[in-house]
Unconditional design. Structure first.
Length: 612
């Protein structure tokens, strides 16, 4: 099974790589039409350090910041480079994600073929990884660049590790006697050390992209078991190659530096993510463990039948005991079957434990966020399950007469179906309305997605739909300050300023120290001509946040309407100092200076501010 086309020509390899890349692009090319969605702006346009591109200041920020409850400096630098090269056009950011995914597909094929010599099995695992609909979230969501970058260094770490093992095996025999053999022995030992250092470096870069790689040392141990076959004393009957194999304790010790890096990354991640961790009193250990068992099986079902995919699966409001118990029993049963059958089929043990182990950091035992599970979490864990499927299918059909024809036809049909499903799934990521609407349609009680849908309608200027979503949200949770604020803005945009004022006042009853709500209330009051009340709201906002540039501008506009041009000019200048790129503040300042009939002085004033 593993020796099919074991020595392929470079033409065959090139053809396979070209087809893998072409199929991947065909499945995902629609991402170029997608907008920034969900929290893409949190990663691209919100942090000023990212917007400024790659500079010494921005790199230092990336290395020291825990922004967005994550420490992944390499991911930040990647976004900075995109902004510097392509600006803020989503087209290029999405194509960057697709590029990294294509590279990961090719590297996966390369490393599997290198380890197993099974070219067609390796190619089919790579194509399943490439075009499965579960990959859409990682590719079409710009903020998930961390998945793709960590996947890149995951593959590179394994490649360097395989080269390290290959050169180490060449030095494990009896020390050669001839000068030529001694030189080859030394060169091989030096190469082994170089590749081990490259393995460490690649692992560090992977952890700096996304800390999910903390389980990679365990994956390398699994690869030692199969397909590298480095475990001593596990062949029956004894293998003639036992002298070139290694005891388990030595293999663990060999990966000591990797385990140390994994531990350090885990500690950093735990410290950085504490503000985003769910309240442990709300989610007990039993609840989180029960959800983990259910999630393991849910991921398998979505790998086999990828339907009903959503950007967020809400944590269940209730978890029946029978569901948890049955999930645990099924997992135990599957594990026992793998252990029993895996004595002669080692790929089963490696694939199954790869899947289970790599999901541990994100399975919810330490809950970060409100999701019960997420498609993006399967980006690398699913590879283990694909190995089981592909190598298992190859073994089951090993005695069939028309094996190649049947496998080829079935494989082609699976690829076509997956490509079509992936293209359909990509369309849901074209904008927020499609994305959140899809999530609401395939999940239950998805409060955050309904909120996102309302905001997306509001951004698109569809205030009536936004208002309907917000009112529905307030029926569910009448104490959501953000929804009151958004509803007030939507009502004001529709000319319903009186209702907007009521919404802002209700929001302030729940959060009286929110500067943005005070500022929005001021705008609504000003639109009703109640300038004195509006100015009071602006002043309260500035008492809370003195650096609120837009409120300074709005307060200046109120002063200008009341004829207090000196005070207005002071506020406009303050707004410009805080936000030099605010065109409204510049125009307001120019108009205020002209109103004083000091045209010459106005020009000097604007010039003076610009030169500062």
């Amino acid at each position: 099974m593993d020796n099919i086309c074991s020595k392929p020509s470079y033409k065959i390899l090139a053809m396979i790589c070209f087809l893998l890349a072409a199929i991947t692009v065909a499945a995902f090319e629609q991402v170029r039409h997608c907008e920034f969605v969900y929290d893409d702006k949190l990663y691209i346009t919100d942090p000023p350090e990212v917007m400024m591109g790659v500079t010494v200041k921005s790199i230092l920020w990336a290395l020291t910041s825990g922004f967005a409850c994550n420490w992944h400096p390499l991911t930040w630098i990647s976004h900075m480079l995109d902004c510097e090269l392509f600006g803020f056009d989503p087209y290029w950011h999405h194509l960057g994600n697709l590029f990294f995914h294509v590279v990961n597909v090719l590297l996966l094929f390369w490393v599997l073929r290198k380890m197993t010599n099974a070219i067609w099995c390796s190619a089919f695992v790579a194509v399943l990884f490439a075009v499965h609909p579960l990959r859409v979230e990682s590719v079409a969501w710009v903020a998930e660049r961390k998945d793709l970058l960590s996947g890149l260094f995951f593959m590179l770490t394994i490649i360097f590790y395989v080269e390290y093992v290959k050169n180490r095996l060449q030095t494990s025999d009896t020390r050669p006697q001839t000068e030529k053999k001694v030189l080859e022995y030394k060169v091989s030992g030096l190469r082994s050390m170089v590749f081990y250092c490259l393995c460490l470096l690649s692992y560090i870069l992977g952890l700096m992209s996304k800390p999910m790689l903390v389980t990679l040392p365990m994956v390398l141990l699994l690869l030692d078991y199969w397909p590298l076959g480095r475990f001593r004393g596990m062949d029956s009957p004894p293998s003639p190659d036992d002298g070139r194999k290694t005891a388990l304790w030595h293999l663990v010790l060999e990966k000591g530096p990797l385990f140390v890096l994994s531990t350090v990354s885990s500690v950093i991640t735990f410290m950085v993510q504490q503000p985003c961790m769910m309240n442990m009193e709300r989610l007990s250990v039993n609840v989180r463990m029960g959800n983990a068992a259910i999630a393991y099986l849910s991921y398998i079902s979505k790998i086999i039948c990828p339907v009903g995919l959503a950007v967020l699966y809400p944590y269940p409001s209730e978890m029946p005991a029978w569901h948890v118990i049955s999930s645990v029993l099924v997992l135990v049963f599957l594990t026992l079957c793998v252990v029993y059958l895996g004595k002669q089929r080692r790929y089963l043990i490696t694939g199954w434990l790869w899947y289970l182990t790599m999901l541990v950091p994100v399975i919810g035992l330490v809950q970060v966020g409100s999701q019960a599970m997420a498609d993006r979490y399967t980006y690398m864990p699913a590879i283990g399950f694909f190995i089981i499927i592909v190598w298992g299918a190859a073994e089951l059909t090993s005695g069939w007469r028309w094996r190649k024809v049947i496998l080829g036809a079935c494989g082609a049909a699976v690829i076509v179906v997956l490509v079509i499903c992936t293209r359909v799934q990509v369309r849901y990521w074209r904008d927020g309305i499609a994305l959140y609407g899809r999530a609401i349609s395939v999940t239950k009680n998805n409060y955050s997605m309904l909120r996102g849908l309302g905001y997306s309608f509001q951004v698109k200027g569809m205030e009536d739909y936004a208002i309907a979503c917000y009112r529905q949200l307030l029926d569910i949770n009448p104490k959501d300050v953000g929804v009151y604020n958004n509803l007030g803005e939507a009502l004001r945009s529709r000319g319903k300023a009186v209702e907007a004022v009521d919404c802002f006042r209700q929001a302030l009853q729940l959060s009286p120290e929110d500067a943005s709500i005070h500022g929005n209330l001021g705008v609504a009051l000003a639109s009703l001509g109640r300038l004195d009340e509006a100015m009071d709201s602006y002043r309260r906002a500035l008492n809370i946040d003195p650096d609120y540039a837009q409120v300074h501008n709005n307060l200046g506009a109120a002063f200008a309407v009341k004829g207090k041009l000196t005070e207005a000019i002071d506020q406009f200048r303050c707004a410009i100092k805080l936000d030099p790129n605010n065109p409204d503040a510049w125009n307001n300042l120019k108009n205020a200076l002209k109103s004083q009939e000091e045209t010459g002085k106005a020009a000097e004033g604007v010039l003076d501010i610009k030169t500062r």
